[in-house]
Design a protein. Structure first.
Length: 72
């Protein structure tokens, strides 16, 4: 079964983190940037960010943005 849009987005960002392209403390692109870059909706971005938060890869600061988490 093909991956959903949110799974593809989460995989893309996960790959950037694992490759070192995005490092701990780096701010992820804004929702507007991700929408334009990937052609997805707000809900797709929310689902992807939720999945990455649950994996401990990113953390959110309300009103500030989403950042790559420090490894455990």
């Amino acid at each position: 079964m093909p991956a959903t849009k949110w799974e593809k987005l989460a995989d893309h960002i996960r790959g950037q983190i694992k490759s070192g392209e995005l490092k701990p403390g780096d701010k992820l692109p804004s929702t507007a940037q991700l929408k334009a870059e990937h052609g997805v909706s707000d809900s797709v971005i929310r689902y992807a960010m939720h999945a990455l938060r649950m994996e401990g890869l990113v953390e959110s600061a309300h009103g500030v943005g989403v950042f790559v988490a420090e490894p455990n």
